[in-house]
Ligand binder design. Structure first.
Ligand SMILES: NC(=O)c1ccc[n+]([C@@H]2O[C@H](COP(=O)([O-])OP(=O)(O)OC[C@H]3O[C@@H](n4cnc5c(N)ncnc54)[C@H](O)[C@@H]3O)[C@@H](O)[C@H]2O)c1
Length: 398
C-alpha cells in the first residue's frame, strides 16, 4: 500500500470512529497519480456512499477511468486500468503447469503481469507452457514441491501475489491416501502463507473447491456450513481456515475461491466427465453414465475461473478475508451434458448406465450472487459455446 492510499484510509477511518461519516469523498489527483486513484477509490468506497474523482485528465488516463454513468462499469474500468498500469508485478502461480494453472498463467500474462510458476511436475507438464503460447522469457519456472520450505521461500521472493493452485486434486485418490493429500494441500498451503507473511507478500488467492461443503441442498452458497465428505474436501476446508486466520492475524490479503467443476483448454488428460465424453464420442464409443444421469453439476469454463482470480487481484483490498463460490450458476444434468456433446459432434451414441458411485452427490451447483455483487464476477462463456470450442481443440490435438 503506498503512502497516499494509507493516508486516505487512515483519514476516513478516523472520521468514522469520531462519528463523522462523510457521504461523499472527492479525490483530487495531482501529477499523474492515475495508478493510485483506483486503489483510493476502492478503499474509500468502504467508508462512504460515493467517491468522486476530480481531474481534467489532461496528462494521464484518470478521466477515462472514471467517466461513465454506470457505477459498476466505472469500477470495472478502474480495476482493469489498475492492473494495466502497475509496473508489471510478478505473480507466483503454484501448480501453474496444471490445467487451471496454464490458463491462469496465459490470462494474467495477457493482462501485463510477470509470471513465476512453482510446480513439482507430478501432474503438470512444462512443455504445455510453450504450446500454450507463453514465451519462455515470459515465465520463470521453479520446479519444486510446496511441501519443501526452502523451495517455497525461494519462490515467494520479490512477488506481489500468490495464486495457490498446486494441490492433490483427486477426490478418489484422497480416499486412498488421506495423509499425502493433507501434507500437499494443508502443509503446502501453510508453507506458502508463512513465507508470504515473512517476505511481506500482500496477496494470496487460494483455490478452494465446492468439495468443502459436502452433501448439501442445492444450490450451495457461502452461508452453508461446510461438512466435507472426502479427505480432499477436508484438506481444502483446512486451507480456507488457514487463509482467514492469516488475514485476521497477520493482515495478509487472502481470498478463497470455491471453484465448481471446471472445464476448458489444457484439460485433455484430466479424468473429468466432459473430457471422457468428448474422447469417447470422438472414437464412436458408448457414453458411460453412473446412475440414471439425473445428477447435476455446475460446469464452469476455465476462462471464467481466470476472470474471478483476476478480479480478486485487482480489487483485493475490498475482498480480503472473503470466501466466494465461483461457478456458472447453472445446473446441468449429466444426461443433458451427454446430449449437448452428441449434438455438437453430430453423433447419436449408445448410453451405458452403470450403478451409481458411492459418495456421489445428487445435485450440485453454485449460487454465485456474492461473487456477482462484491467481486463484479460475471460468467461469460456458456456451456454450449465452451464445449464447441473444446471439441474443436481436442480434434486439433489428437
Ligand atoms: N479442475 C477443477 O474442476 C477444480 C475444481 C475445484 C477446485 N480445483 C482446485 O484448483 C486447483 C487447480 O486444479 P487443476 O484442475 O488445475 O489441477 P491439476 O492437477 O491439473 O494441476 C495441479 C498442479 O499442481 C502441481 N502439483 C501437485 N502437487 C504439487 C506439489 N506438492 N508441489 C508443487 N506442485 C504440485 C501438479 O504438477 C499440477 O501441475 C487445485 O487446487 C484444485 O483443487 C479444481
Amino acid at each position: 500500500m503506498n503512502s497516499i492510499t494509507q493516508m486516505t484510509q487512515r483519514t476516513l477511518s478516523t472520521l468514522q470512529t469520531q462519528g463523522t461519516k462523510p457521504k461523499v469523498v472527492a479525490a483530487i489527483p495531482c501529477l499523474n497519480e492515475e495508478q493510485f486513484i483506483s486503489d483510493i477509490v476502492t478503499r474509500a468506497r468502504r467508508y462512504v456512499d460515493n467517491v468522486i474523482v476530480v481531474d481534467d485528465g489532461s496528462t494521464d488516463n484518470t478521466s477515462a477511468i472514471t467517466k461513465g454513468k454506470d457505477k459498476l462499469k466505472r469500477r470495472k474500468k478502474v480495476e482493469n486500468t489498475q492492473a494495466a498500469n502497475c509496473k508489471a508485478p510478478t505473480i507466483l502461480i503454484t501448480g501453474g503447469c496444471g490445467f487451471i494453472g496454464i490458463n491462469v498463467a496465459k490470462y494474467l500474462y495477457s493482462k501485463g503481469y510477470k509470471i513465476r510458476i512453482l510446480d513439482n511436475l507430478s501432474v503438470g507438464k512444462k512443455e504445455k507452457l510453450t504450446s500454450a503460447g507463453l514465451p519462455p522469457s515470459a515465465v520463470e519456472l521453479v520446479i519444486g514441491d510446496v511441501r519443501d520450505r526452502d523451495t517455497v521461500e525461494r519462490a515467494v521472493c520479490n512477488i506481489k501475489a500468490v495464486v495457490h493452485l498446486a494441490a492433490h486434486t483427486s477426490v478418489v485418490e484422497s480416499l486412498g491416501n488421506p495423509e499425502e493429500t493433507w501434507h500437499i494441500n494443508v502443509t503446502g498451503t501453510l508453507n506458502l502463507l508463512e513465507f508470504c507473511r515473512l517476505k511481506g507478500v500482500q496477496t494470496f488467492i487460494f483455490a478452494s473447491s465446492n468439495a468443502v461443503l459436502g452433501e448439501q441442498a442445492a444450490p450451495v452458497d457461502e452461508t452453508k456450513i461446510p461438512k466435507p465428505i472426502s479427505p480432499y474436501g477436508a484438506s481444502k476446508l483446512a486451507g480456507e481456515a488457514l487463509c482467514t486466520a492469516y488475514y485476521h492475524s497477520f493482515a495478509l490479503n487472502t481470498v478463497s475461491l470455491r471453484f465448481a467443476n471446471c472445464y476448458g483448454p489444457y484439460s485433455e488428460n484430466k479424468p473429468m466427465v466432459i473430457t471422457k465424453f468428448i474422447n469417447w464420442a470422438r472414437q464412436d464409443k458408448p457414453l458411460i453414465i453412473y446412475g440414471n444421469g439425473s445428477q447435476t453439476r455446475d460446469f464452469t469454463h476455465v476462462g471464467d475461473v481466470c476472470q474471478s482470480i483476476y478480479l480478486c487481484l485487482a480489487a483485493v483490498d475490498s475482498v480480503a478475508g472473503e470466501i466466494f463460490q465461483i461457478g456458472s450458476g447453472v445446473e446441468t444434468s449429466i444426461n443433458k451434458l451427454a446430449e449437448i456433446i452428441q449434438e455438437i459432434m453430430g453423433k447419436k451414441l449408445p448410453i451405458i448406465n452403470k450403478p451409481k458411485r458411492r459418495g456421489e452427490i445428487e445435485r450440485n451447483y453454485s449460487n454465485i450472487t456474492k461473487a456477482r455483487k462484491i467481486l463484479g464476477f460475471e460468467p461469460k462463456i456458456n456451456l454450449k459455446t465452451g464445449l464447441e470450442e473444446l471439441c474443436e481443440l481436442f480434434k486439433l490435438k489428437t
